[in-house]
Ligand binder design. Structure first.
Ligand SMILES: NC(=O)c1ccc[n+]([C@@H]2O[C@H](COP(=O)([O-])OP(=O)(O)OC[C@H]3O[C@@H](n4cnc5c(N)ncnc54)[C@H](O)[C@@H]3O)[C@@H](O)[C@H]2O)c1
Length: 350
């Protein structure tokens, strides 16, 4: 029997990185993407060129222009027995969700349910990996005591300095509507593992990034920052004096973790996945890094108003992953991530 992988959101940052990583490991890699990123973010979010490039590069990549919410999903599962599914399709923006709450919820929550149920009916032996988000913790991480340093905030207590753990509560705090639609999906993925015994895992991402990101102002922190710098687009910092901290992980390291989960699946497990402390930076620090690389000063301004539910300091504790998958670690350091995004960004300009 052919070994088949299904990747949803295959035209997006993480989905396309998964296609590139796994095409050599599976007989067929099926991708679902209906280019909704363009509907969400306009022409700059268009992912059709990525789908086209993948199709031209990988003979065993089979793209499908389907909406994850549609009935056609079940037909695809009836036609193909998938041994693994990586679910990356989403409305991914925290800020945009408030403007389109019904669409956001239907894509993130209903779309995930549609996929899980198709898997349960047609390939219950498969492994399902869901790209969740650290926004499921809402603004709970902001309750951790902090200290203010010159260019960033930092956790005050030593115990917190290994990063945010999966044991943090996801309840009774402000999430943004995006956080809520992603929690609904995250809980569904856990439930299909714990209740129905399927192989399911949630990866609660920090800032997932890489040179293929089609960064737009509302989604894709580093990618958009680099774009704003190299194209001299005015950049707004929202709140926290620009000292808010994000942890950044290269899409290659996310793919390597998914590979480990395929080898040793879980039933309803959650993992915090980001760059951890070593790959973390504040807005101010990120701006300095790109200014040094490009030699161009950022055209930035400051708005006192922080984004709803935004984290002041967030980096992931990677210890649970390392305990489950001891051979996995971050392989792309922060300066290399910047360099790759920068080189890709100036390539687009010539
Ligand atoms: N990039 C990040 O920083 C980050 C951080 C945490 C979590 N995540 C999660 O990782 C996943 C992937 O994120 P990304 O950065 O690659 O996003 P992305 O927007 O680059 O990719 C998502 C893809 O899904 C497609 N899509 C959207 N709705 C669809 C639908 N209804 N049917 C079919 N395709 C659809 C889009 O066209 C897009 O190509 C998302 O679930 C996101 O929430 C991302």
């Amino acid at each position: 029997m052919k070994k088949k992988l299904l990747i949803t959101g295959s035209g997006g940052l993480i989905g396309s990185a998964m296609v590139e990583y796994f095409c050599t490991q599976f007989d067929e890699v099926h991708g679902i993407d209906n280019n909704m990123r363009e509907e969400f973010f306009g022409p700059n979010g268009d992912t059709t060129s990525t789908q086209k490039r993948l199709k031209e590069t990988y003979k065993n990549f089979i793209p499908h222009l389907i909406d994850i919410r549609d009935k056609e999903i079940e037909s695809l599962f009836k036609e193909h027995h998938f041994s693994a599914i990586v679910h990356c399709a989403a409305q991914p923006s925290h800020d945009l969700a408030a403007k389109i709450p019904i669409l956001d919820f239907s894509v993130n929550a209903n779309g995930t349910l549609n996929l899980l149920e198709s898997m349960r009916q047609h390939c219950s032996d498969a492994t399902f990996v869901y790209l969740s988000t650290n926004k499921v913790y809402g603004d709970q991480p902001n309750l951790l005591p902090l200290i203010e340093l010159k260019t960033r905030y930092e956790y005050k207590n030593l115990i917190d300095q290994s990063g945010v753990k999966e044991s943090m509560s996801i309840d009774q705090c402000v999430h943004s509507l995006f956080g809520v639609s992603k929690i609904a999906a995250d809980l569904l993925v856990q439930e299909y593992g714990r209740n129905f015994g399927l192989n399911t895992s949630c990866l609660r991402g920090g800032c997932l990034t890489g040179p293929q990101h089609k960064g737009v102002e509302l989604h894709g922190f580093l990618s958009y920052l680099v774009k704003a710098n190299t194209q001299k687009i005015p950049y707004t910092i929202f709140g926290y004096k620009g000292k808010q901290v994000r942890d950044n992980i290269h899409s290659l390291d996310v793919a390597k973790l998914v590979e480990q989960i395929f080898i040793k699946p879980n039933k309803g497990e959650v993992f915090n996945v980001g760059g951890g402390k070593s790959n973390s930076c504040s807005m101010i620090e990120a701006m300095h890094m790109i200014e040094e690389l490009s030699g161009i000063k950022m055209d930035s301004s400051y708005s006192e108003q922080a984004r709803v539910g935004d984290h002041i300091c967030y980096y992931s504790d990677l210890n649970k992953i390392k305990k489950h998958y001891p051979s996995w670690d971050i392989s792309v350091p922060l300066d290399k991530i910047f360099e790759e995004i920068y080189l890709q960004s100036i390539k687009k300009l010539v």
